[in-house]
Design a protein around this ligand. Structure first.
Ligand code: SF4
Length: 62
């Protein structure tokens, strides 16, 4: 699975629940910083998808 962020409003919630996967870029928007997720990171991404207030995080088949 590939994680994408599209439509981020910069709330920072995803970096709180999945700091190993997401980071805020210079524009204050979330970016994905890992290529391949560990099982633990994949679980954290599910939490991030749940907490994102605008549904900006999606998982896509590669
Ligand atoms: S939780 Fe959603 S809106 Fe908030 S920083 Fe992450 S991607 Fe952006």
């Amino acid at each position: 699975m590939k994680i994408k962020v599209n439509g981020c409003i910069g709330c920072g919630a995803c970096t709180g629940v999945a700091p190993e996967v997401f980071e805020m870029d210079d524009n204050g928007l979330s970016t994905v910083k890992v290529e391949k997720l560990t099982p633990e990171q994949a679980e954290a991404v599910k939490d991030a998808i749940d907490v994102c207030p605008v549904g900006a995080i999606t998982e896509e088949a590669e």
